[in-house]
Design a protein around this ligand. Structure first.
Ligand SMILES: C[S@@+](CC[C@H](N)C(=O)[O-])C[C@H]1O[C@@H](n2cnc3c(N)ncnc32)[C@H](O)[C@@H]1O
Length: 202
């Protein structure tokens, strides 16, 4: 999995700079969680896992909202930033890569999220991550991600990053519908949405 090793190296290199935007990201995720809670009944949610948690901004918002919060990432440097930025909050950060099955039991979380991770992955690995999110969650799987509204500055950054953004925005709706029976999109700003997927509860 060369692409992912390369990605992890990239995130190790930019972790410190990424951390400068922690508070701004935190504000964005507070707003996203507010929008999610307006769109969905979240009262049954207690355990939450954030995959590709980066510097921990989304985890911090989950933890402050009272959820038992877990975050995984394959970049040690991002995890170092996450631990230092969220001191005082009770968040379980672990190193794990979605290249392997993640170290969580089936149905062990009420909500599994990934924010701005999926568009950077090649399709095969994205599908693997989505299937693993589906396995671990007993109810909600959410992606906070780019929607189909393109802007030149996002195009430029994504072109430079060599991720899968340009395919992602075309195919993500279909990809999600092959795994989940219920998929809803909640727009949070011009270019981003929450893709809210629900598992059938047995
Ligand atoms: C664009 S950043 C987003 C970070 C965070 N979710 C946020 O919203 O700020 C993508 C994150 O995915 C992580 N990542 C990339 N490949 C991964 C993999 N194979 N397994 C786990 N995390 C991975 C990176 O280390 C990075 O922290």
């Amino acid at each position: 999995m060369k692409i992912i090793d390369k990605h992890t190296g990239l995130f190790d290199r930019i972790a410190k700079v990424y951390g400068w935007f922690f508070h701004r990201q935190q504000k964005g995720y507070e707003f996203a969680l507010k929008k999610l809670s307006e769109a969905e009944e979240l009262s049954s949610v207690t355990r939450v896992l954030d995959i590709g948690c980066g510097t921990g901004a989304l985890c911090s918002v989950f933890a402050k909202s009272g959820y038992q919060t877990f975050g995984v990432d394959s970049s040690h440097k991002m995890l170092e930033q996450a631990k230092s930025k969220t001191k005082g909050l009770n968040i379980d950060f672990q190193w794990a890569s979605i290249v392997n099955d993640l170290p969580f039991e089936n149905d062990s979380m009420d909500l599994v999220s990934a924010s701005f991770v999926a568009h950077g992955l090649p399709k095969e690995l994205r599908m693997k991550m989505l299937n693993d999110m589906n396995r671990i969650s007993n109810h909600f799987v959410i992606l906070i991600e780019f929607n189909q509204n393109r802007r030149w500055y996002i195009d430029m950054v994504e072109w430079a990053e060599h991720g899968d953004y340009f395919n992602f925005i075309k195919t993500i709706d279909i990809e999600l519908s092959t795994i989940f029976t219920s998929v809803k999109k909640v727009q949070i700003n011009d270019t981003s949405s929450i893709y809210v997927c629900k598992k059938d509860r047995h």
